[in-house]
Design a protein around this ligand. Structure first.
Ligand code: NI
Length: 391
């Protein structure tokens, strides 16, 4: 089976790289992936793969049925949106849409998944069950295309397993990485406004200084992570924005803070929100001010099912050899595939896309990949799926 997969993947390799380059050259922002969606549909049509389009306007669910379609359902997912970044690469397939760029590899995920579909089509007489291919809009923008697609009923029939891969520049092309259990964090945005009473900095006794309140608030809130959180559960609280528009001799009326809170436990997550608000209100009130603490709830944490992930990893060892399969560390970044992982046994794994000569950072204007990754990206996912279907 592996040899047949590799030979189909190899004969499609150039085509899939061209698909990736086309998508890379024509990036579109979250929930506005109209041409990308049309392009994917055209590809599916040309290769006689059935699909349903128009879910959240630009989302697509393609389907390949084996011998006994109701036997088992496996879902494979690629995200299709790009980021508001001006590309700075000097390549002939550079973004032609000003200020928009595939800087998170979603072009790679989409092209690879189309390649996987082409391979699985050639095996439909060999497996029993159904494979669905989700081309998902809006991964980069809250509330997340995954959540909205679930609300539209894409999991009306709960899958037996669900897989996605994501580019990973830290790992060289040719390798992949797995982690069972919790893998990526929930992420919530904190928008805090501290309202005091400003005036001349030489007369603090006549004012309610919001700068001092902000300083106390930032350090006190860290105690939530160090004192209230169970140390077994990784949590991070960071503020990345502070604005108090005064001067050396002017205390402003207001200070604005923006930050992020990340963790791996849904009960603790919402308890922490309440705790943050209580501490912030207490500090500001006792200093004669007020606090407006707004939390924008983002994606939940992503959990990789132990059994499915171990099976996927052993499939990767079969397909690539043990030296090309690595164990990943936990990450505090977030991903809306987490919503799928909360309702279906799932595995979100990493595709090595880096190399020795380049330092490519995700979400940067010079992000790119080593396209050697395509020699494994479609075939490995096809093999993981087939191994799961034949189990
Ligand atoms: Ni991404």
């Amino acid at each position: 089976m592996i040899n047949k997969i590799k030979s189909i993947a190899n004969s499609n390799l150039n085509k899939i790289i061209q698909v990736r380059r086309f998508i890379h050259q024509n990036p579109e922002l979250s929930f506005k992936e109209f041409n990308t969606s049309k392009y994917i549909q055209k590809f599916l049509k040309e290769h006689k793969i059935s699909y349903e389009a128009g879910i959240l306007e630009t989302g697509i669910v393609a389907k390949i049925e084996g011998k006994n379609p109701s036997n088992k359902l496996i879902v494979l997912r690629a995200d299709i949106d790009a980021l508001p970044i001006q590309e700075e690469n000097n390549i002939d397939y550079c973004s032609t849409n000003s200020g928009i760029m595939h800087a998170c590899g979603h072009d790679v995920h989409t092209a690879s998944l189309l390649g996987t579909a082409l391979i699985l089509k050639e095996f439909k007489n060999d497996f029993s069950g159904t494979v669905k291919f989700i081309f998902q809009p809006g991964e980069e923008k809250l509330p997340g295309g995954a959540k909205l697609m679930l609300e539209e009923g894409v999991f009306n029939e709960t899958p037996n397993s669900c897989y996605a891969q994501h580019v990973f520049p830290d790992l060289p092309a040719g390798k992949v990485g797995f982690k069972s259990g919790i893998y990526m964090a929930s992420a919530d945005e904190l928008h805090v406004k501290i309202i005091g009473k400003g005036g001349h900095a030489a007369l603090p006794h006549k004012l309610n200084d919001p700068i001092l309140m902000a300083a106390q608030l930032i350090s006190s809130l860290q105690q939530i992570v160090s004192r209230n959180n169970n140390p077994n559960n990784p949590s991070v609280l960071s503020f990345g924005y502070i604005k108090g528009d005064g001067a050396t001799n002017v205390i402003p009326n207001e200070v604005e803070l923006k930050g992020t809170f990340r963790t791996f436990d849904e009960t603790w997550r919402f308890k922490a929100h309440q705790k943050m608000k209580a501490i912030a209100n207490g500090i500001c009130q006792s200093a004669g001010g007020k606090c407006d603490f707004d939390i924008k709830v983002g994606y939940p944490f992503l959990v990789n099912d132990n059994i499915i992930t171990q099976n996927a990893k052993s499939a990767a060892v079969d397909y690539l050899g043990i030296k090309n399969v690595v164990d990943l560390e936990l990450r505090m970044t977030a991903e809306d595939f987490a919503y799928f992982s909360q309702v279906s046994p799932s595995c979100f794994y990493r595709l090595g896309t880096g190399n020795k000569n380049n330092k490519w950072n995700l979400h940067s204007p010079t992000f790119n990949i080593d396209e050697k990754a395509f020699s494994i990206s479609s075939g490995l996912m096809a093999y993981i799926t087939l191994k799961d279907l034949l189990k």
